[in-house]
Design a binder for this molecule. Structure first.
Ligand code: ADP
Length: 250
């Protein structure tokens, strides 16, 4: 579902991603771990074309992210075509990024109504169902400022689900939360994983990665240092850099 082939990314002459090759199969949960500055977030942002890659190939659901093949050349997508491709990819950010002037229900139904132009009543009903799925029944009319951080992040997860994506990207979804709110959000993410959603999750929650991931990827300095099952990477890492990182965070 996600295929990165020798992806590289640089800002000026700073190399941020170097030769990243990674495949995530349909229904797979892949957790990206690594120290701050490793390039995890940048990679996630490349997957939905918030950042352009400078080398290699990046495919989601068989399509080149941000580009269309015409004959032998690639053309960058824009406007509606890019929007259509992005609608396959849900994104959940560290800082929730909800629309502050909209209620929880409006936040969730906004993209389906405005971008996908689906019938309003149907989208609202679906938004209510999704809010109930993330444990927020009864909070549909609340504005983000009236919700806790954990509740806001659960609205953001419902919003990502509302576009019926093929993939959801989570960028440190619990890093901005007070510690007592982390568990409720991880439980919701685990619930989404159990539905068979393909997920790429940048996280510092090692126990979560151990329990929920099918595969763990450890990145450092813009490269994949090692990847494998949670047991392989987290319990028996091959590389010294992985061992040092785990020792620091555990
Ligand atoms: P991580 O998510 O692993 O903490 P990031 O992907 O955020 O790492 O950052 C990787 C590196 O890229 C860092 O050194 C960061 O300073 C650099 N970087 C990220 N975004 C930009 C940017 N827009 N311009 C220049 N450098 C950037």
């Amino acid at each position: 579902m996600i295929s990165a082939q020798s992806v590289s990314k640089h800002y000026g002459n700073i190399r941020v991603l170097e030769d990243i090759t990674l495949d995530v199969a349909q229904g797979e949960v892949c957790c990206l771990l690594g120290p701050s500055g490793a390039g995890k977030s940048t990679f996630l942002r490349c997957v939905n074309h918030l950042e352009k890659i400078n080398g290699g190939r990046l495919l989601v659901d068989g399509e080149s992210v941000g580009y269309k093949q015409r004959g032998n050349s690639l053309h960058e997508l824009a406007g509606r075509e890019l929007g259509k491709q992005r609608s396959k990819i849900g994104m959940v950010f560290q800082h929730f990024n909800l629309y502050p002037h909209m209620t929880a229900e409006q936040n969730v139904s906004f993209a389906p109504i405005k971008v996908h132009r689906r019938p309003k009543a149907e989208c609202r009903q679906r938004a209510r169902e999704l809010l109930s799925q993330v444990g927020l029944a009864g909070k549909e009319e609340k504005f983000p400022r009236q919700l806790s951080g954990g509740e806001q992040q659960r609205v953001a997860i419902a919003r990502a689900l509302a576009i019926d994506p093929k993939v959801i990207l989570f960028d440190e979804p619990t890093s901005a939360l007070d510690p007592e709110l982390v568990g409720e959000v991880l439980a919701v993410i685990r619930g989404v994983a159990e539905t068979g959603m393909t997920m790429l999750v940048v996280t510092h929650e090692i126990a979560f990665a151990h329990d929920v991931a099918d595969r763990v990827v450890f990145m450092d300095g813009g490269v994949i240092v090692e990847h494998g099952s949670p047991a392989e990477v987290l319990e028996n890492p091959r590389e010294q850099r992985t061992r040092d990182f785990l020792r620091r965070v555990l």
